[in-house]
Design a protein around this ligand. Structure first.
Ligand SMILES: NC(=O)c1ccc[n+]([C@@H]2O[C@H](COP(=O)([O-])OP(=O)(O)OC[C@H]3O[C@@H](n4cnc5c(N)ncnc54)[C@H](O)[C@@H]3O)[C@@H](O)[C@H]2O)c1
Ligand SMILES: O=C(O)CC[C@@H](O)C(=O)O
Length: 388
């Protein structure tokens, strides 16, 4: 039986896939083997010794201490693309809301409650809430992954001129882009001629503060910037200065904070990008499946810190070993098994950057001492036995 701890509310559509005979799902557990979460920040948490895997029901993993997880042999998963459509729809709404003064107009109309001739006042006052269409305007999309590609394509379908920038674009994303999306050769070139700029990159040391005064100075006056990726990608002090001078007309952000709320031209959205039943279910289903598969078979799909690996069971007993990607690991592991007189039925070894995964199906049982000998090999991070 594996214990799965949930650190946020996770859709039952996903958790319901976890067989109750094999998985106990709890929101409080001292020694869980698995964790499923959304935006809960794990950085201050002591990682339990029992923890084998963390599944992020979502895309961003900046709330998870990835390096510590890797060092402790904890496999971290995310759910690429599972909430992309939900974010795309909100980005398109964000462009429309900020261009057409819809929020201001709605708020004005609500305040007419109780007035005698509302129809007449509406027709007279509506001129203050006119705003331009987005068709024919230029959008710059920074980051062309699951969300960026969908945003770029939807904007092109709405008749916008779209420029995309992503120096690390994947082959799949490049194939998925509409022919109408133009490629910008640099970040500066991507933003220079845009009426709207939408950011869709992960929060990393290298992307933190990427929208700062220097980049803003390259933009058109009156540009509207959309941030549905992560707050710290935009330098708050610099965007506030630009909003106050009118250089930036609107900042539409899914990550409001106290300072930004003081700004009239900030459109604050309470992190609703992935808050649709569809996205919540897609993410929960994907996260639950990936976590259950790893715990019960050692197979890995969509991990952000260990390689993908998959092998059908060929016997009833399987060893899953997470190790450093250094020479002679497989030789040392198999010689321990030979010493223990254990026959290997099938085996796979995959590496990614500094780490590797070795799955070995064996014919006989392996003793706890045998597992300890495997774990004692320098470079082995973790070894465990799975019985089918
Ligand atoms: N608001 C929300 O609720 C919500 C929901 C989902 C994702 N997100 C955020 O959006 C981000 C993107 O999500 P995704 O699903 O598209 O991820 P993704 O991994 O599919 O795409 C990210 C893209 O950014 C590109 N990239 C990385 N560094 C770059 C740089 N310096 N310049 C340009 N491009 C760069 C990558 O090559 C990749 O193509 C996530 O990391 C997450 O932080 C927010
Ligand atoms: O779970 C959420 O509501 C937000 C998820 C989102 O920020 C993500 O990175 O996928």
């Amino acid at each position: 039986m594996f214990t799965i701890q949930t650190l946020n509310k996770i859709s039952e559509k996903g958790l319901g896939l976890l067989d109750p005979e094999r998985f106990a799902v709890k929101d409080d557990a001292a020694q869980p083997e698995g964790i499923i979460l959304r935006s809960h920040k794990m950085h201050d948490m002591t990682l339990p010794e029992s923890l084998l895997a963390v599944a992020r029901a979502g895309a961003g993993v900046n709330n998870i201490p990835i390096e510590s997880c890797t060092d402790k042999g904890i496999v971290v998963f995310n759910t690429p693309g599972a909430n992309a459509n939900s974010v795309k729809e909100l980005v398109i709404s964000g462009m429309l809301l900020s261009s057409r003064k819809i929020v201001e107009g709605v708020s004005w109309a609500r305040n007419l409650k109780g007035e005698s001739d509302v129809e007449k006042t509406v027709e007279k006052g509506k001129k203050d809430y006119a705003g331009p269409e987005i068709m024919g305007k230029t959008l710059g999309v920074i980051g062309l992954g699951a969300i960026g590609v969908m945003v770029a394509n939807a904007a092109a379908d709405l008749g916008m001129n779209v420029l995309g920038f992503d120096p690390y674009i994947s082959v799949d994303s490049a194939w998925g882009l509409s022919a109408g999306v133009r490629r910008a050769k640099s970040l500066e070139a991507a933003v220079a001629e845009c009426d709207f700029i939408s950011i869709h990159v992960p929060l990393l040391e290298s992307t933190k503060g990427m929208v700062d005064s220097s980049l803003i100075s390259r933009m058109k006056d009156g540009v509207r910037i959309l941030n549905f990726a992560r707050g710290p990608l935009v330098n708050d002090a610099d965007i506030i200065t630009a909003l106050e001078s009118g250089k930036v007309a609107k900042y539409i952000t899914d990550f409001p904070n106290a300072e930004l709320l003081n700004q009239e031209n900030v459109l604050p959205i309470p992190h609703l990008g992935a808050s649709t039943p569809e996205a919540e279910e897609n993410c929960a289903v994907m996260a639950s499946r990936q976590l259950a598969d790893y715990l019960s078979s050692g197979n890995i799909k969509n991990s952000v810190n260990f390689p993908s690996v998959e092998m059908e069971f060929s016997t009833d007993i399987r060893l899953v070993i997470l190790n450093r990607n250094v020479p002679s690991m497989v030789g040392q592991i198999t010689s321990v098994l030979a010493d223990e007189k254990i026959n290997i039925s099938d085996m796979i070894n995959k590496h990614r950057d500094e780490v590797a995964v070795t799955i070995i199906d064996v014919d006989g049982d392996i003793s706890p001492e045998g597992v300890k000998r495997l774990e004692a090999i320098e470079g082995v991070i973790r070894a465990r036995v799975i019985k089918k």
